[in-house]
Design a protein around this ligand. Structure first.
Ligand code: AMP
Length: 141
């Protein structure tokens, strides 16, 4: 657990700030995003206050992984969506605005609302790819 000031999500989890709560267990809390891409847009948050995913404990990571599909299924069932995105931003340059790990579940609705495409991409250079795969795979602990 971080000794930083409580994040806005910690304050939501603690009941100090209201939210539209969907789910809670020992490690995880989920609620509706207040500025949704589409109706049903949900944030799934570990109770552990880690700023970014690379600093989250194995226990919280596993707990999130266990419930993401289950919460997604409920959102799909209720919104009627079939397609959806999981979005997870880390760091300001990667569009993170709340520095407490969270996974967005964003249903793609019939009215077209949801995450917008296209994302900016660039084809991977084969030499760069081979080199990068080697160095990153060696760095996985
Ligand atoms: P990110 O840009 O990935 O850090 O996303 C942060 C998300 O948190 C945004 O989509 C905000 O709309 C959402 N958000 C911020 N404050 C609240 C709040 N009090 N209740 C619900 N969602 C929030």
């Amino acid at each position: 657990m971080s000794d930083a000031e409580p994040s806005i999500f910690t304050r939501i989890i603690n009941g100090e700030i209201p939210c539209y709560k969907l789910y809670e267990d020992e490690h995880v809390f989920a609620f509706l995003d207040i500025n949704p891409f589409s109706l049903g847009h949900t944030l799934v948050v570990p109770k552990e206050q880690a700023a970014t995913l690379d600093t989250l404990s194995d226990e919280s990571s596993a707990a999130i992984g266990r419930v993401l599909p289950r919460i997604s299924r409920a959102i799909l069932a209720v919104t009627g969506a079939v397609d959806f995105n999981i979005l997870q931003n880390n760091g300001e340059a990667a569009f993170q605005s709340v520095f407490h790990v969270h996974f967005h579940i964003i249903p793609k609705l019939e009215d077209g609302s949801g995450l917008a495409w296209p994302f900016a991409t660039k084809q991977l250079d084969p030499e760069v790819g081979a080199q990068l795969a080697e160095t990153i795979s060696a760095a996985i602990e």
